[in-house]
Design a protein around this ligand. Sequence first.
Ligand code: PEP
Length: 251
Amino acid sequence: AEQRVKWVIGNWKMHGRLADNATLLQAVAEGAGAVAEAVRMGVCVPTPYLAQVQAQLAGTAIAWGVQDISTHAHGAYTGEVAAEMAAEFGATLAIVGHSERRAYHAESSELVAAKARRALEAGLTPIVCVGETLAEREAGTTEAVVGAQLDAVLELLSVGEAARMVVAYEPVWAIGTGRSATAEQAQEVHAFLRARLAKKDASLAGVALLYGGSVKPENALALFGQADIDGGLIGGASLKSQDFLAICAAA
Ligand code: PEP
């Protein structure tokens, strides 16, 4: 929508095996040529596959990245992965604050903000996820919830840093459920988030705002046609090359 840069980013979650990845990456790389140049394509993959993805996607128009990073650059943090490590494998993207991490790993908005800042320091573009649960939506607190999640990031980052992030609105009730937000529901929250960004600083009105939650080829056009929706973060459908490419074509 509008003239801002469009993004379509796949989130593989904890899916994939070397052989399956090879097939998927080859098909997506081959199909990328047909996607408009103005659309930035990317895939965020399980960290052990970064080298494979780098080998297959280097030289294509498709960017790649990770699904989480540590708040630290190095040190005694067993099991964590630093943004710098991902960057060494050519990663340029890092999802932070995905609702599955907030829910299953108790990540607070302050922690998510620290991860966004680390990503930026390492030269990665953070894709900051925000979104309300069904109970929060039904209680009428959607704007309060996503507003607070965004504010935590805006409080920690400088305006210059925040201008380099991407924000993904992902209603928790729409993720992996097959039940997407309607285009109107998504647009309403996107407009709210864009106004909040602009209120912090006029330059932040141009931050890319992606929608995520059961995006499919069948609903992508309507969602991406909304004034404040600049593309999508795609879970399940990013594991099927034809679906992912069709969604990219809709952006
Ligand atoms: C996601 O997990 O970021 C997501 C949007 O998943 P899905 O497309 O499967 O709902």
